[in-house]
Every structure is written in C-alpha cells, then in structure tokens.
Design a protein around this ligand. Sequence first.
Ligand code: SF4
Length: 309
Amino acid sequence: MKNGKKIIIAVPHGFCAGVRRALEIVEKALEQYGKPVYVRHEIVHNSFVVDSLSEKGVVFLESISRLPKKAHLVFSAHGVSPEIESTAAEKGYDIIDATCPLVKKIHLQAVSYSSKGYAIIIIGHKRHPEVMGTAGQVDESLIVESLKDVGKLPEIRQKRIACLTQTTLSADDTREIICAIRKKFRGRKIAVLNDICYATQNRQNAVKALAKKCEAVFIIGSENSSNANRLREVAENAGTKAYLVSGEKGVPPGALKGLSRIGISAGASTPEILISKFISSLNRKGWHNIETIGTEEKKIVFRLPERFA
Ligand code: SF4
C-alpha cells in the first residue's frame, strides 16, 4: 500500500559518455589480451567499478615504472601528462588511451593557447589527475581552486591569459572565480574556455531542480568523485540537506527520520546498479512512491580507439 513517502530521482544521473567509453575500453582490452590489464589510476572514480574490474584481472596503479615488458596499459578517463605518456612509450608498453575526448580537447586548448603566448590559468583541483594531466601539457600554468586562490595569484607578465576549467566543477562557483580573475587582471585580454562538460552541467541542473522539491538529497557516488561531490554541494547550496553516499550503508543513522520526500541522484561515474540497490533498500523501508524530475539527455557516444572499433 502506498504511503506519503516519496522518492524523486533526478534525470539525468549516473554514467556519462566518457565513463561508458573508458569502461568499454577496459572490458575490450581484457577480452582481447586476457589478464592482467594495467590501468594507470582508477579508470573512473568509483570504488564499486574499480573493485569489480580488479576481480576480473585489472591491476590499478599510480606508478607505471615497473610493469612487465609489453604490458597492456590503459590511461584512465581523466587523462595523463605528456611526461607519463612518454615514460610509458619509452618502456615499450602497449598504450591504450581511455582519456575522455572532452579532456583531450582541453589538453589541445592548453597547448594551442600557450604556444600563442597566453598565460594559462587552470581552474580546478590541484591534486585531481585531470588537472595534473592538463597542467603537464604546458611548461607553465597557474592553478586556481577557489575564489581565495585568485587573490594569491602572482603578477602575470603575458598580456593575454587563457582560463581553462576542469570538466567536473560547479558551474556557479566557476562563474564567480572567472569574474574575480577578470577583475584582478582588468585590461588584459582574457580567453575564457569553460570546459565544464555537458554531463556535469546536465546533472547539476537536474539536482538543482530536485533539491527544491525535497527535504534531503542523496547523491550516490564515491568520496573521491569530483562530480559527485559537486552534486552534493549543488543540492546543499539550493538549501537542502545533502549526503554523498556510496550506497545504502553510507546513509547516516536517523537521516531519513521524519522525512516524507527525498531526492536521489548519482555522479557520472556511478553505475546504475548502485542506484537500483539504493532504491530497493528504501523500498524495504516503506518508500514506494517514486517519480522523476528533469529530462533525459541526448545520448552521446564517443568513438572507441581504432583497435576496438
Ligand atoms: S564527466 Fe564529462 S569529461 Fe568526465 S568523463 Fe564524463 S563526459 Fe568526459
């Protein structure tokens, strides 16, 4: 029997085209070459995905210096710097690049603007592999994580500045940071390349609408997932209690008490099975009334590398 407890699911949520492509590449590499297949860094930031692939014979590692000769080495969806690429090539590994094409585009932008004499500012998280990969494309770059960092930026000798962004940032925060950069370097020519990707934007927009209708929002994803963290912040900034949980076990005790309307979304690296399991656990607690908010995004498919196409 239905009670008043309602679950609202944000659309779109979960896997994006870049994540789907990266996972397909690893699966195809396993199929074609057998185990082990090596992956530099987590292929995508989701521990369930990483654990499942590890069970199938994928070895995830940060340092690639000691792999067996001719090892099949996949670069994760976040991309790598040219330095890592050339180390892998020098060692004679079989390189399989699963970098998201939208990240590759940022690499090209960095190289192109830097070669035209622009100073490069990257807005993003300093220790995130995507930002490290982008920064590695050029000899010099400055990384800005927050509004506070803009104040600490040194004088820039170049007359022209190009601002690039990490793909998974909060669109609202990034807008503020760009405004502050424009203000600080007033008079300079500033090229703003907003690289927040379609998947990040669509999921954030859906969560904004979701948060307005719910007493609490649960974002399903891993703690190290940048886009899942941003979704939690977007919900919180919209005035709702928001939690980032890896699954039903991550729900803090008492978090559902007294609520009648909760929202669910998931980061771009969260598989649908985790969302289904989360909803099933809520069903068992008496939450049966389910609806969605938002509209399906256009299905985007990125081409696989030639060898798997
Ligand atoms: S979140 Fe965006 S940039 Fe990252 S893998 Fe997905 S589509 Fe590519």
